[in-house]
Design a protein around this ligand. Sequence first.
Ligand code: PEP
Length: 254
Amino acid sequence: MRKALIAGNWKMNTTPDEAKNLVRVILNELNNSDDVEILLCPPYISLLSVKELLRGTSVKLGAQNMYFVDKGAYTGEISPLMLSDLCDFVILGHSERRQYFFETDEMVNKKLKKALEYGLKPILCVGENLKTNEAGKTKEVVTAQVTAGLTGIKPTKELVIAYEPIWAIGTGKAATGRQAGATIGLIRSIVSGLWGGGTAEAVRVLYGGSVTGSNITEFITEPDVDGALVGGASLKASEFVNIINQTAKLKQAL
Ligand code: PEP
């Protein structure tokens, strides 16, 4: 059985002090539960201090991005080598990276390969924009993104995929559980076609896009949805912990 994963993507929020405070409050409010894997993805400059605070807990640490070269003259970039001793996970191909920093499927694919080479668990983000959704082309776009993202990559159960429809990110207008479940089912079938059913059954696929404590049940009760990538709501400790607690309760009941 796949373990649920609730990941908090803090994006470009929190100063170093705010990041430490947020972690302390989250840890303070968390109940011990082995039913859900918890992941925090703070800004790069807080990774070290957050790692210190997470020591001795089961909460995992992730980066929000990375470059696909080990080291060299790439001013301002962070390499997989730098992250490998620090992080468990790395978010790759987030729609904000694709939209504002012009990341292509080819770049995301190179990053995935590097992340795996360095023992980082990649969270590959895919999802359609509003226009594509309204044109009924979600299936085509998501299929193309997953296929391109996984090109040349050997089957691995360490991969996580996050289905994040762009129209749902930060808008307060989440997909319905049924919509998320259907697209995530499609994603699993694409992975099955590429890597075989055994691996596809083990790969976790998350939903992301305006997840809160009020709608998490809808997603977690979908059999193919293995958790959530949470943006805005992960910056509020009690809301984030509420999402985790509800997920744990639902998973225990399954
Ligand atoms: C995200 O950043 O991946 C995200 C899903 O954001 P939000 O939860 O704020 O929509």
